[in-house]
Design a protein around this ligand. Structure first.
Ligand code: COI
Length: 355
């Protein structure tokens, strides 16, 4: 498919102070769109000026939430190259989400090539400072103007780009996490393993309640026994125990994070024992009480590595690693960001140059 291009003739001023970027607030001059119509497949790929779109008030996504998205980043290296980090993983996951949401599959290689074209057009928007990147948000939504419940016949796939800094204002400093025991995010057989807006909508109430008592995020427990740890919502989680690093197994309710997978591979390459298994909140409390919970951290594209300094479950407030950045969290953060920024040799073959 040939990608049409319409240049933005009124480009915006780029942010001057990169320390103020924050996350996901500013958008570049262009975006990518293609459409799906039943009988035609995906068609009309184009790069156009960034701007509002017009859809019917009856568009099915607005009523029934048939929507999926991804999150990945482009990095500017010191020698002026632009690198993507494992985009194949994001597009494979997009298609896995598509399958669950009855959204037609996309051609992963075409989407990656189209993404590269979009990034090339808006290359000057990739920030330069340490810790910054161009956050990439591909998404697909149902647009049929119809109020019946059925899989869409008309969809849009779009990509927008956002120069971003830190996801958490805390940066690499430890965050406070509240273990949610009333609400659940997802259950096995549901959509927890997909990146769909509904999972995030399900998290808002608990997140609000946690924020009101000064916690950054909530840690979700499984929806049946309310016992086994799943994820934080914007991050997967890892526990450094005595002699073993544990991350919850992918049980269908937990997102298969790209940063999660990369951390497992990195840690194993350094000789650590990493187990993907069930881990209950009781086990975490016991390990903490016995002085065997050495570190806890979250992993995610937006957040990278986020050490957890305090974990609260009901009335038990657990301080972890003296509320300091742990050795393993720091090593993972340094290794991942060095790889992503092209500062160290990529022996894993994870980075893809945009050229
Ligand atoms: C990401 O890490 O890219 C995510 O999609 C999390 C998001 C909710 C900001």
């Amino acid at each position: 498919m040939e990608i049409k291009f319409e240049r933005n003739t009124s480009p915006k001023a780029k942010p001057q102070d990169e320390s103020q970027l924050g996350f996901g607030k500013i958008f570049t001059d262009h975006m990518f769109i293609m459409e799906y119509d039943e009988g035609m497949g995906w068609h009309s790929p184009r790069i156009v000026p960034y701007g509002d779109i017009s859809i019917s008030p009856a568009a099915m996504v607005l009523h029934y939430g048939q929507e999926v998205f991804e999150g990945l980043k482009a990095y500017r290296t010191k020698d002026g190259r632009v690198l993507l980090f494992r985009p194949d993983k994001n597009y494979a996951r997009l298609n896995s989400s598509n399958e669950r949401l009855c959204i037609p599959q996309v051609d992963e290689s075409f989407c990656i090539e189209a993404l590269k074209e979009l990034i090339k057009v808006d290359k000057d928007w990739i920030p330069h400072s340490e810790g910054t990147s161009l956050y990439i948000r591909p998404f697909i939504f149902a647009a049929d103007p119809f109020l019946g419940v059925h899989p869409a016949h008309k969809l849009y796939y779009m990509v927008i780009l956002s120069p971003s800094g830190l996801y958490y204002p805390e940066g690499l400093n430890p965050v406070k996490i509240y273990v949610e025991s009333s609400y659940v995010r997802a259950v096995k057989g549901g959509m927890g393993y997909t990146k769909t807006g509904g999972n995030y909508a399900a998290s808002l109430k608990a997140q609000n309640d946690a924020a009101a008592i000064n916690y950054s995020q909530v840690l979700w427990l499984d929806g049946v026994e309310r016992k086994y740890i799943e994820e934080v919502g914007a991050m997967n989680v890892f526990f450094v125990l005595d002699g073993e690093i544990v991350t919850p197994e992918l049980d269908g309710a937990t997102l298969p994070g790209v940063t999660r997978a990369s951390c497992i591979e990195l840690l194993r390459s350094w000789g650590y024992t990493v187990n993907e298994r069930l881990i209950s909140i009781d086990e975490v409390e016991e390990a903490h009480a016995a002085g065997k919970l050495i570190e806890m951290f979250g992993t995610g594209t937006a957040a990278v590595i986020s050490p957890v300094g305090e974990l609260r479950y009901k009335d038990n407030v657990m301080t972890i690693n003296n509320n300091q950045i742990g050795e393993i969290s720091q090593r993972l953060y340094d290794s991942l960001t060095s790889l992503q920024m092209g500062k160290t040799e990529d022996t894993f073959g994870w980075t893809v140059e945009v050229k």
